[in-house]
Design a protein. Sequence first.
Length: 307
Amino acid sequence: MKNNLSAFGQKLKEIRKNLGLTQDDVVQKTNGNISRPTLQRYESGKYAPSIETLTFLSDVYQLDLYEYFLIFQKEQLPQIQQVETLFQKNFSPITSCQLLKQLSELLRKDSLPPHLKPYYMRLFLLTKGARLKFRKNYKKAIPILLRALRLRFKNFNLKNYADFSYFSLDYRILCNLADALNKCSAFLIPKAKEIYQFLYQNCPENYSVYPQICFHLGFLLINQQQHSHAKTVLEKGIRASQEHLSYSLLPQLYYAKAVCEYYLSPSLCSHTFLYSYVLAKAFDNEEFAEWISDVCSNFYQLKLELE
């Protein structure tokens, strides 16, 4: 544990210096919630920071330090590595099923350190909620995702969600909750939109979930015929994907942008539809590429042709 804390402390120090911040700068930016001696203890690996401390530092460094902390605290169980590898992929019916199975086995292991169990339980509930969404059982997904959030925020509800400070896993759970609300009933769409707007404005753009937030909000705005606003949101998601090398959702983002252009600038949409199709093929997403081709042909009267 001591070596892991030392490595984490060194990482904290490296992040701070790369941002050009002194320890006094960090104290000032956290409004004194973290003192200089306390920060020195963390950076020297003498003490493990609390979740509250990691929240303050994450806001300053614009990084999910909770995930960094977990990486340095994890015992290197092979199954943990398998879970983490699967979790980095986009959820699909296949990957969510595999992840649920591996998480169930992991949570039953006595060798899983106790301080990691809440994290992986939340990950399990997120995956279970996503699995229910794939089956279009949104009504059952909502309480599962709420439970995942309440494991960290005891009093979380749909009225006070904006009162908390989130890490990337929290943002991902909240994004999936908004998606379930949006698809559950027309009555819940305004609340889903409200949460998406909060996510769009508050989630750091370098978090892997940010392009997903832009995609979902963009399509919700398209469905409400707010095409100009939707295009702005989607272009921001595209930029974030490209800048932070998170390419898996790019075909879908470009497709949604093309839909906006179909209503705003019809002369531009054919090129963007084609680009979405090419990206899907490049990322071996044959199913989505075929779907784009069919939709363009049957609905938009466009034939996608490579020059």
